[in-house]
Design a protein around this ligand. Structure first.
Ligand code: ADP
Ligand code: MG
Length: 250
């Protein structure tokens, strides 16, 4: 699904990702962890086709960057990130937020074709938000806003779904509610591969069986969930004492 070889990404004259090698296979769901500034968001933007590598090779869904139309690729990769929230206009109704996933815009969607309207209705039903269809984005709760942005990402049935710290603004109730939706999504026959950046272990539902740990722009670890969660590994990732971690992690 994803295949990165020796990837370097530079921003503002500085190497942010430094020689990343990482690959994922169909059927796997991955979590991504790493300290602030370790390059998680940059890596997600790269996969979604919003950032270009300076060196190395990037293949997403079998398409190699340099030979692929990025606009076309973006329609196959759902993207949920703070970037989307920041750009979404407050007055756009829930259903238009969802429809805007079709053209990659942020909420300004004109006349819907019957195919788009049907796909939007399916998403509203999946998230149980039919009654919110005409409610403006700015008046939704944080949990409802996340549902709208998630539905926008899913509306064109992507093969990969990228979630960059999706739950950071939610209270515990809204968080548990969203876990139920991710679980339901993971059980769908045509579920996309989920790749989720998070700082919270409880966000990492059991179907996330693979973990990628980043440290200062490099891959520290990629592999099984259990190995990623070893106190020694987390200690290395976040620069903490393994002894203290063993005491506080239960
Ligand atoms: N446009 C930019 N110009 C210069 N530096 C940037 C830019 N965007 C991000 N960075 C830097 O790149 C590093 C990684 O950022 P980011 O990918 O957002 O990390 P994370 O999501 O892990 O916190 C940070 O040190 C950040 O300051
Ligand atoms: Mg980030």
């Amino acid at each position: 699904m994803v295949n990165l070889q020796n990837v370097v990404v530079r921003k503002g004259g500085k190497d942010i990702l430094k020689g990343i090698k990482w690959s994922t296979c169909a059927g796997e769901h991955w979590f991504v962890m790493g300290g602030n500034g370790s390059g998680k968001t940059t890596l997600m933007e790269l996969l979604a086709g919003y950032v270009w590598p300076q060196r190395g090779s990037v293949a997403v869904l079998g398409e190699t960057f340099g030979r692929v139309n990025l606009l076309e690729l973006r329609t196959r990769v759902g993207f949920v990130s703070p970037w989307v929230f920041r750009r979404m206009a407050a007055e756009v109704p829930f259903e238009d937020v969802v429809a805007s996933g079709f053209d990659g815009s942020v909420g300004h969607y004109g006349q819907k074709t019957s195919r788009v309207a049907a796909a939007v209705r399916r998403q509203l039903k999946f998230f149980g938000c039919e009654k919110l269809a005409r409610q403006e984005f700015g008046t939704l709760s944080s949990g409802q806003q996340l549902k709208a942005v998630l539905a926008r990402a899913l509306v064109h049935a992507p093969s990969i779904l990228i979630l960059d710290e999706p739950f950071s603004l939610l209270d515990i109730g809204a968080r548990l509610d969203m876990y139920a939706f991710l679980l339901k999504l993971s059980r769908c026959q045509d579920a996309p591969q989920m790749i989720m950046v998070t700082h919270h272990r409880e966000d990492i539902l059991p179907f996330f069986t693979k973990g990628l740990l980043l440290k200062e722009g490099r891959v520290l670890f990629q592999g099984s969930r259990e190995s990623a969660f070893q106190p020694g590994m987390l200690a290395k990732c976040f620069g903490l004492s393994p002894k203290i971690l063993k005491e506080v992690l239960v």
